[in-house]
Structures are given as C-alpha cells and as structure tokens.
Design a protein around this ligand. Structure first.
Ligand SMILES: Nc1nc2c(ncn2[C@@H]2O[C@H](COP(=O)(O)OP(=O)(O)O)[C@@H](O)[C@H]2O)c(=O)[nH]1
Ligand SMILES: [Mg+2]
Length: 248
C-alpha cells in the first residue's frame, strides 16, 4: 500500500504560528513527494486559530481542522486526531508536531527516511545531530531528568521520550488509541511506553528543538509535577500491557 500521512497538530492559541507552520511543512513535503494531509485539533482557541486554519484550507488542499468546544489537553486532542484520521483506511501513518514552530519542518527528512523501518520514529534532541535552541536551563534539567528516569525504569534504550515530533505507523497509533488514558502532557510519555510495551520498533532521528518565539507555553509547574508522578506510577500498567500484547 502506498504511504499516506496525516499530520495531526494540536493547537491552543497558536494563530500566530500555525499558518507559517503548515506553509513550511508543505514546502518540505513537496521535496519528498509523500502523499499527506493536515488535521489541526483546536480547542476553541479564543485567538481565532481555527478560523486562520480554515482560511488556509481554502488555499492549500488537505488542510482540515476539528474544533472542540473546550480546552481538554494536548493528549486528548491528539487522540481525537488519531481517531478521526484512522477512520480512513488509506492512512498508513500519523505525524504529530507542535504548532509553535519548535518542531522544525526541515527535520522532516529523517522521519521520511525511516518511515518504513519503524513503528514509531521519535524525533530526538539527545542523539548526534539533535539539540535545543533558546531553551531555559530549567526546562533542560527537567527534560533531561525525565528522559533519564524513563530510560532507566523502562529499559527503552532511547534518549528521547518527551517530545511530540513523531511518526506513528497504523499499528502503533492503534495500540496507543486502545490503551492510553491520560489527556495532558503525560500522554506524550504514555504513548511511547505503550508502543514500547508492545515490543514494537522505535527509532530515533535527530531534531533541533527551537523554543517558541510567539505565543505562550501551556506547560506549567503543576503539569511537570504530574509528569514525574506519572512516570513512576505507570509501571504497573506497563507490565499489564506488555502481558496483554504477548510481549514477554
Ligand atoms: N488542542 C489543544 N492543544 C494544546 C493543549 N495544550 C497544549 N496544546 C498544544 O500542544 C502543543 C505543545 O504545547 P506547548 O505549550 O508549546 O508546550 P511546550 O512546548 O512543552 O512548552 C502546542 O501546539 C499547543 O498549542 C490543549 O489543551 N488542547
Ligand atoms: Mg512548545
């Protein structure tokens, strides 16, 4: 079957970023000639993000937006995007990215290269060729610690588990839909661990993460604390999924 990617982008108040994001992505996709479309999942952003996407959709074919009535978290937005995208049997892959230009469209190259070699291609700041730009020392320490903790507790052998620049194949996305329960930022870790518990193949490709220049981060201190508790508590569920998936 020919590859067809749906790019799922969750947004909350990203009007200043999303249009540039999709335009740049479109330029990259043109280089690779991979069949694709866009699905923005917006939580009724007061800044008019959804309207901006709709008007872009009149110019670029395959730009779609789902508007949810209230802000329900990044994880739940991506899952709604997955549910919607997978209804179409021609969809072989889902690419997830943040709307704020932190995930550079130019880094798409590595994802396309690996798309048929892995169930999940994880964009990684912590392998050769990857990195972060303009990111505060606090966020660096938190990110480094979380990644170290996940790698150590779950023996993933990976360097990055906490950023949303990822390419899922259909069976990986379906596994996540079946098991994921969290709705906020912890979903990003949960999704990866569900795929890992299945014994599916995960490959890292380098990305340069550029901290947002416009708009505000939605990740606050309470989300960060929830994250760490989540990493510790998920171990029981991880074992259960591993068993159910027959991955011993
Ligand atoms: N639909 C939706 N998108 C969200 C929500 N929270 C965050 N996002 C989006 O998720 C992406 C990552 O959020 P961001 O604030 O940049 O997090 P950070 O980069 O970790 O500081 C951005 O595209 C946000 O607009 C939410 O509750 N609903
Ligand atoms: Mg961001």
């Amino acid at each position: 079957m020919e590859n067809h990617i749906v790019v799922v982008i969750p947004t909350y108040n990203e009007r200043e970023n999303i249009v540039e994001m999709i335009r740049r992505l479109e330029g990259e996709f043109r280089k690779y000639g991979v069949s694709h479309e866009y699905l923005v999942v917006d939580d009724n952003s007061p800044d008019g993000t959804a309207e901006a996407v709709k008007s872009l959709g009149r110019e670029i074919p395959g730009v779609n937006v789902i508007v949810r009535m209230e802000k329900k978290g990044i994880g739940s937005a991506i899952m709604d995007g997955f549910r919607h995208a997978l209804k179409n049997k021609h969809v072989t892959h889902i690419l997830t990215m943040d709307a704020d230009l932190s995930h550079r469209p130019e880094d798409l190259r590595g994802f396309i290269r690996e798309m048929n070699n892995a169930d999940l291609v994880q964009g990684s700041r912590y392998i050769k060729g990857g990195g972060t730009v303009n990111w505060g020392i606090h966020r660096r320490i938190i990110s480094w610690t979380a990644n170290w903790l996940v790698r150590t507790l779950y023996h993933t052998g990976l360097h990055e588990h906490t950023t949303n620049y990822r390419l899922y194949n259909r069976r990986a996305a379906e596994a996540v839909l079946k098991y994921a329960k969290s709705t906020g930022y912890e979903w990003v870790i949960e999704a990866l661990l569900i795929i890992h518990a299945h014994g599916y193949r995960i490959v890292e490709v380098p990305i340069i993460f550029i901290n947002r220049r416009k708009g505000k981060s939605k990740l606050g201190i309470s989300e960060i604390i929830k994250w760490f508790i989540y990493i510790l508590k998920f171990r029981k569920t991880y074992k259960m999924i591993k068993k159910q998936a027959g991955n011993n």
